[in-house]
Design a protein around this ligand. Structure first.
Ligand code: PMP
Length: 400
């Protein structure tokens, strides 16, 4: 049966994690995977989650199956957090709970590709690598364009506009809401505004991936500005939501797909399609993380605590960025311009280190990062930031 099977492309992060776990050096530094770590380098349990866990534990709930579309309180909470109360009340949103943000992307791509016959997915590079196999498996076709100008270290807006100009009607544009993975470089409000108007005019579908809502500014609503911009233009679009980062619920796999439609009748039939697809793929999504999320959303004190948690995360990330900038520019006077560590947002600093420099850090210097030079700044803290910058300085000076 399995004779014709070929080995698939290896997963860079799996390989890095393996190497990292085999490295016994006590001073090794992990800035690889996109996860938030606290000042002690440990996974961070948000206070809001800890309190919601206590409430859930006291409620002594059962473990029955949930509805195929998801837990209704969760769906309502998730849609409101992403899209705002008004749209939810107007019933213009079709929502389905998913297995994390990845599941939301997969469900959205399947809906468009296999049920709407919209198959051309435009993706700006560099991109979250998982988009490519995910779109392929959903039967879509990927068209790449350049998203990031690595010389100027800013969004390559001309390239995005050119891609949009050449895209036929019914194409799909995958865009990240904020804290772009891997570049940390987001579209400005002005750029979003131009882009969404053009997308509407060209009848191109925005497919917005929101894996980091709340981590850019520390404020969920502020980070959702691009969505409100599309809503104000009465646009139809998809929003793939993840609570992995914003609530630190990585392993609980909490996500949701929201499809925003122009009227409530359309939302009804999209909801039905989502139910149909999800039933055959997963039957129903996991309960625990979704219950924590809805419990926080329904409780004003916990919502306030979540707000504080997010502000704390976003504050720590910007403090780390400032320290890296200080060490590179003042302490080590490392050749080059390092201002982009300050301007990029969220977990990622797209450092501009070459593949050889990144490889030298991994192979010889106990620093773990992907070869594209993306640094998860949350992996840095009081204990390791200076060492990390000294090693960056070393490779910049000694490795081409
Ligand atoms: N989109 C992007 C851009 C991401 O970085 C990630 C997580 N790395 C996801 C989606 C998926 O998130 P989740 O872990 O919730 O599946």
């Amino acid at each position: 049966v399995f004779e014709g099977l070929q080995y698939q492309e290896p997963d860079e992060f799996n390989d890095i994690r393996k190497k990292l776990s085999q490295d016994s050096n006590g001073r090794k530094i992990d800035v690889s995977a996109g996860v938030y770590r606290d000042e002690n380098g440990k996974p961070y349990l948000l206070k809001a989650i800890s309190q919601a866990e206590d409430i859930l534990h006291d409620a002594k709930r059962d473990h029955d199956y949930n509805f195929c579309l998801g837990i209704p309180e969760f769906l309502n909470a998730a849609a409101t957090i992403a899209l705002g109360e008004k749209l939810v009340k107007e019933k213009k949103v079709a929502s389905c709970q998913t297995i994390g943000g990845t599941g939301a992307c997969h469900l959205g791509a399947t809906l468009l590709s296999n049920f709407c016959n919209f198959r051309k997915f435009y993706i700006g590079t560099p991109a979250w690598p998982n988009y490519f196999p995910l779109i392929k498996q959903a039967g879509g076709e990927v068209i790449k364009y350049n998203y990031y100008d690595s010389e100027k270290k800013e969004v390559d807006f001309t390239s995005i506009l050119n891609a949009l100009e050449s895209a036929p009607k019914n194409s799909i544009f995958i865009l990240q809401l904020c804290c772009h993975n891997p570049t940390g470089t987001d579209l400005s409000q002005e750029q979003w505004n131009i882009l969404t108007s053009k997308m509407k005019q060209k009848e191109v579908v925005p497919f917005v991936d929101g894996a980091y809502q709340g981590l850019a500014s520390g404020d969920l609503e502020k980070d959702a500005w691009p969505i409100q911009n599309m809503i104000s233009k009465d646009m139809e679009f998809l929003f793939c939501q993840s609570f992995s980062k914003s609530l630190g619920l990585y392993g609980e796999r909490v996500g949701c797909l929201h499809v925003v439609t122009s009227d409530s009748k359309k939302a009804e039939i999209v909801t039905d399609s989502l139910r149909f697809i999800f039933r055959s793929e997963c039957s129903s999504a996991p309960a625990f993380g979704a219950l924590l999320t809805s419990s926080i959303s329904q409780n004003p004190e916990l919502r306030e605590q979540w707000k504080e948690d997010l502000e704390g995360i976003s504050h720590r990330l910007s403090q780390v960025r400032k320290k890296v900038h200080y060490f590179l520019t003042e302490r080590y006077k490392t050749p080059g311009n390092w201002d982009h560590v300050l301007t990029q947002k969220g977990l990622f600093w797209f450092s501009g280190l070459t593949r050889e420099q990144s490889k030298a850090l991994i192979d010889n210097l106990h620093v773990y990062l992907p070869l594209n030079g993306r640094v998860n700044v949350a992996g840095l803290n009081k204990k390791n930031t200076e060492d990390f910058c000294a090693l960056i300085d070393y490779v910049v000076r000694n490795v081409k």
